[in-house]
Write a protein of this length. Structure first.
Length: 353
């Protein structure tokens, strides 16, 4: 893996999107519980492919509060959210997981033989024998600014997340937002974009102070243009986006020519397409059987914050427990005639698995 601040570019096995991916378990959600499920499945020699709508692994920990301290992980009196994600990736690495990031799962179709075909909104398909939903609080959808004609330019100059930084090389880019994501991408794209603007409605940033200081220094050096106490209020173009209007709180307007506008206002959790998969749902959580965290659909499991049951605790460590029991139940589905003998990593090490 290559680390740039909290931005992570994964040197893992990605897939050719025009082909169907074949795996044992398709894990929907690459947050901490989904990542730990790779390890538990790997001990059973089960292959995992993970799909997440976010452009990087880590779920809420990486996207919303990467610097948040976590105090209830066994063996760690305190661990940073992003540090935990990084360690989970290292723990999963020996089992060669594959990933599809930046795509939302739309359908999960059960086949006559009991297996599943999982399809994303961009057409990627995964053939698997078991589905494990580890979607945290649900499908994260971008918070969109209230700008007229916004949807007309989505994917035509307006993006809500950065999937490929090279897309913006030598382009004119405007970013809106005041959190970690807006700051981090402004710092990174300052050396990529031809012209870069960061628009924030306040005078101070919500993100890390160190990142805010770096952005202000880039503004002083002329590597980006910082617009404080301002908003993007208008957009225009023909087939693609051509310009945006930056308006100060005092009403002063400036038209900025752009190739891309990135409103990075964070993400909001919603159940999303999961609601249409025939699962028993209570409000925005999936009901499961606590003996193995299976749903009412045989072969589909739900682990972590996405599930609900009596006395449910929404803790990462509880999700880890659920991932372990799910993996063992999945093994019985994938290898119904094969007996598994429990092995302990403390005795055998990881290599023997």
């Amino acid at each position: 893996m290559v680390f740039i601040g909290k931005l992570i570019f994964l040197r893992v096995q990605f897939v050719v999107m025009s082909k169907t991916i074949h795996t044992d378990i398709c894990i929907i959600g690459a947050g901490p519980v989904g990542l730990f499920a790779i390890f538990e499945a790997g001990l059973l020699k089960l292959r995992c492919h993970l799909i997440d709508y976010l452009p990087q692994v880590g779920g809420q920990l990486s996207e919303i509060y990467p610097k948040k301290p976590i105090y209830d992980i066994p063996g760690y009196p305190i661990v940073g959210a992003q540090e935990l994600v990084d360690n989970l990736m290292k723990q999963a690495e020996p089992f060669n997981p594959t990933f599809t990031l930046g795509e939302r799962v739309e359908t999960v179709d059960k086949q006559e033989d009991g297996s599943f075909i999982v399809t994303t909104h961009l057409g990627t398909t995964v053939a698997c024998k078991v589905v494990a939903i580890a979607g945290g609080l649900g499908c994260f959808e971008p918070r969109k600014p209230a700008i007229a004609n916004l949807e007309a330019f989505e994917n035509k100059g307006i993006d809500y997340m950065v999937l490929d930084p090279e897309k913006f090389r030598d382009k004119k880019v405007v970013i809106s937002g005041g959190g970690d994501s807006a700051l981090d991408w402004s710092i990174f794209l300052a050396d990529v974009a031809k012209e870069l603007h960061l628009v924030h409605r306040g005078e101070t940033f919500r993100g890390a102070p160190d990142s805010a200081d770096k952005v202000k220094k880039l503004d002083e050096e002329g590597k980006l243009k910082l617009h404080l106490k301002a908003n993007v209020t208008e957009i225009s173009g023909d087939e693609t986006l051509k310009s945006v209007v930056v308006e100060t709180l005092e009403g002063e307007k400036t038209t900025v020519e752009v190739d891309y506008f990135l409103p990075l206002f964070g993400l909001s959790p919603k159940l999303g397409p999961i609601a249409n998969w025939g699962l028993n749902v209570d409000k925005i959580a999936i009901e499961v059987d606590t003996k193995d965290y299976s749903t009412n659909v045989p072969g589909i499991f739900a682990i972590g914050d996405i599930n609900t049951y009596e006395n449910k605790l929404k803790l990462i460590l509880c999700g880890f427990h659920e991932a372990a029991l799910m993996a063992h139940a999945a093994y019985k589905i994938i290898f119904p005639n094969k007996k598994y003998t429990m092995k302990y990593t403390t005795v055998n090490g990881i290599e023997s698995f």
